[in-house]
Design a protein around this ligand. Structure first.
Ligand SMILES: Nc1ncnc2c1ncn2[C@@H]1O[C@H](COP(=O)(O)OP(=O)(O)O)[C@@H](O)[C@H]1O
Ligand SMILES: [Mg+2]
Length: 284
């Protein structure tokens, strides 16, 4: 019937509270084709992360969820436990804002990378390590053999996010859900990590749901954009960035920093006792 890899149709998530209900996803519908990148943008609290949790059926049990989610034509809400496990392990890969919150700090990088292959897929440990080294190399991690023996705290945030990307790629998913994957990183690591994610998913023909509050970044690396506001997709398409029609999108675009007025970092000033002047330092 459909050539979409992922399709959400009127997904609602309602939280029962004392004295009433709160609908936090209010009829979300979106589609992602095989190999396509969809950027999901919207302000903080608009429901972007809840949407990814709905896609992977990881919403808190307190939510009442309705609507249809089809992956490769199969209904995710109707999957049995075994099918759901397989879907989460093999079909979708997830990359989150804070990589440190998603690794076990007492496990070495190598164990983190190879665990799923060895445990769930019966890959021999040496072969799993060989693949891990190969992938670390592909995502630009230098000295990959050495990294396998390190612990997460020995790696910078940017490096750890590359490890997360490698771990997702190792599982060979069809779709990557990346929820603000660069937001917690410093500016230089942000562009590196984004470039690697973009390059790798294109090279492998993987679909991507890229969540961000940065409309420009989403426009630069996605085929289409969907704009979310208060639990709803208010606008969707390839036109969104160049010719937005919804008032909220126009506001969002109006709020972006312009190239001309871009300030990467505020200057660092130093007080000069001799001249009583504030001077810009070398670092600024
Ligand atoms: N488990 C929860 N219980 C109650 N409210 C929640 C829960 N998870 C998220 N919310 C609320 O739902 C809204 C959307 O959250 P979220 O999807 O995380 O937004 P974002 O677009 O920033 O990712 C927010 O107002 C958030 O406070
Ligand atoms: Mg979020």
């Amino acid at each position: 019937m459909t050539d979409h890899l992922l399709r959400l149709d009127d997904v609602r998530a309602t939280l029962r509270l004392r004295g009433g209900e709160q609908t936090l996803l209010n009829g979300v519908s979106l589609e992602i084709g095989a190999g396509e990148a969809l950027g999901l943008v919207g302000e903080s609290g608009s429901g972007k992360s809840l949407t990814t949790r709905a896609i992977t059926r990881m919403l808190d049990p307190a939510f009442r969820v309705s609507g249809e989610i089809l992956f490769d034509g199969v209904s995710v809400p109707r999957m049995n436990a075994q099918a759901l496990r397989r879907y989460r392990q093999r079909d979708v890969g997830m990359i989150f804002q804070d990589p440190r919150a998603h690794v076990n700090p007492v496990h070495r990088v190598g164990d983190f990378l190879t665990e799923a292959l060895v445990r769930d897929r019966g890959v021999d440990r040496r072969e799993a390590e060989r693949r891990a080294v190969e992938l670390l190399d592909e995502v630009g991690v230098r000295n990959p053999e050495h990294r396998l023996h390190q612990y997460p705290h020995e790696l910078s945030g940017g490096l750890l996010q590359r490890v997360m990307i490698a771990s997702v790629l190792l599982a060979e998913p069809k779709l990557i859900l990346a929820d603000e994957p660069t937001t917690a990183l410093d500016v230089t690591a942000q562009s590196d990590v984004m470039a690697i994610l973009d390059e790798q998913r294109r090279a492998r023909g993987l679909a991507l749901l890229f969540i961000t509050h940065d409309l420009e970044l989403a426009a630069a690396c996605c085929d289409r954009l969907a704009v979310m506001y208060a639990g709803e997709i208010v606008e969707q398409g390839a036109h969104v960035y160049d010719a937005p029609t919804h008032p909220y999108t126009i506001e969002l675009l109006g709020a972006r920093p312009s190239i001309e007025h871009r300030v990467e970092r505020l200057p660092v000033l130093r007080y000069d006792r001799a001249t009583h002047e504030l001077l810009k330092t070398e670092a600024s």
